[in-house]
Write a protein that binds this ligand. Structure first.
Ligand SMILES: [Mn+2]
Length: 429
């Protein structure tokens, strides 16, 4: 017998991937973990009967010869499958988009970095021309949308978008999708969110701003991850961690961040949990929220210790520099040849200032193209230190309305920052 299973705390991507597998592997059955997300539970209450899935509780693993694991990569995240981990001659097939922290050794692996795991399965279904109903299409789309924030998260790929189009073509209903992904919150969650804003600690780490909020919450409250993401975006943070304690036994840690700056999944793995660079969670046992916050601060500090400043993105100044004794005619010719708006003027390696097309035009008008650039150099050009953060550089560029900044250390020009150098810093790649 072949079964399909996924991670506990089953979300729409996990459920959709499981159901997609029941289409791909005929005769297989999905074994659903006992703990599923509330929205998923709601969906199952209405549409469960058309899905070939059965609850884990009461399911006998005795006759299992083949296990398909979707949207998960470690035994720990599965619900009661440990017995299978030791079974010899068990075929294991993995369909997953979690690239790190793999502990399941599989016979056949489909692991690729898409926004949603179900995207991989949909591509296979499209290849094989596997039929499915509009209601299934709707569930699959819920999977893609919930894992990619409706294709807005940086983790979304063109492949997720292509499968979105494929599903819309096949009758996926956006009204239904929206009903389940509605981001309004009930009173209990609104209360937690207000407390997060109130009782958060903002940590500055180099150029990163990270929020940590440790709270006691009512037991039974789930679906806290969207609150952490909302807290992060509301406060404009690079990363946010919510530490929630409902009883004295354990503290739930949920992290959300910009993957370019911080690897949330990696931090969570050191705590025994899991996740992606942008999102993850873990459970810390026998600790208080304050102790857990302490632990988090140390881990975050370690993980973003080598964050880079201006020095790491600046360009070699050589191509942007002209000697103070060069003539204005030479400057004008270089600007035209190299298609630049200005150059840095240096005496040796000492920065004097800058010269632009404006000064060249002035010199040309008065017939002074043969005089040294020194006399036309603007001294007050924007300068920045190599240790400054990229964000400071962006702010300076915006304020000074200059497309190029001089990176100066002890009056010496050590680099320049162009708009291109900063583009990668402004957007989260
Ligand atoms: Mn997923």
């Amino acid at each position: 017998m072949r079964i399909i299973t996924t991670h506990t705390g089953t979300d729409f991507d996990a459920l959709a991937s499981m159901v997609a597998c029941t289409h791909l592997y005929s005769g297989s059955v999905g074994v659903l973990p006992d703990r599923v997300n509330p929205e998923v539970k709601q969906f199952l209450a209405l549409h469960g009967s058309i899905l070939r899935v059965t609850p884990r509780k009461g399911f006998e693993l005795g006759g299992v010869t083949s296990l398909v694991v979707v949207d998960a990569n470690s035994w720990k995240r599965l619900d009661g499958m440990d017995a299978l981990a030791k079974r010899e001659e068990l075929e294991i097939i993995c369909w997953d988009h979690h690239m790190e922290g793999v502990t399941i050794e599989s016979t056949e692996t489909h692991r690729e970095e898409t926004g949603a795991a179900v995207t991989l399965l949909l591509e296979e279904m499209q290849r094989r021309d596997t039929p499915f109903t509009p209601m299934h299409a709707t569930l699959f789309l819920l999977g893609i949308y919930s894992d990619t924030g409706g294709l807005r998260y940086p983790s979304a790929t063109a492949r997720d978008a292509a499968m979105t189009a494929f599903l819309l073509d096949n009758g996926a209903d956006l009204n239904v999708v929206s009903a389940y992904l509605d981001d309004t919150v009930d009173d209990a969650h609104a209360e937690v969110f207000a407390a997060m804003l109130e009782e958060s600690e903002i940590v500055e780490l180099g150029e990163l701003t990270i929020g940590i909020s440790a709270l006691q919450i009512k037991s039974g409250l789930t679906s806290l991850a969207p609150l952490v993401e909302r807290f992060r975006s509301f406060k404009g943070l690079d990363a946010a961690f919510g530490l929630f304690q409902a009883d004295s036994q354990k503290c739930m840690v949920i992290g959300r961040g910009k993957p370019k700056f911080i690897d949330v999944g990696q931090i969570m793995r050191t705590l025994g949990g899991g996740g992606h660079p942008g999102a993850g969670s873990a459970i810390i046992r026998k600790t208080s929220p304050t102790e857990a916050a302490e632990q988090m601060r140390a881990l975050i500090g370690k993980s973003c210790g080598d964050n880079q400043g201006v020095r790491s993105v600046m360009s070699d100044p050589a191509g942007f520099t002209v000697g103070a004794d060069a003539t204005m005619g030479h400057v004008a010719a270089r600007l035209a040849d190299e298609n630049r708006t200005g150059l840095m003027v240096c005496q040796g390696s000492t920065l004097l200032g800058g010269v632009s097309g404006l000064e060249c035009a002035k010199a040309e008008k008065t017939g002074r193209l043969d005089v040294p650039v020194k006399g036309y150099t603007r001294r007050n050009i924007p300068r920045i230190a190599p240790d400054a953060s990229c964000r400071e550089a962006v702010a300076l560029m915006v304020d000074a309305r200059e497309g190029i900044l001089a990176v100066v250390e002890d009056d010496e020009l050590v680099g320049v920052i162009t708009q291109t150098d900063l583009l990668f810093e402004v957007y989260d790649f």
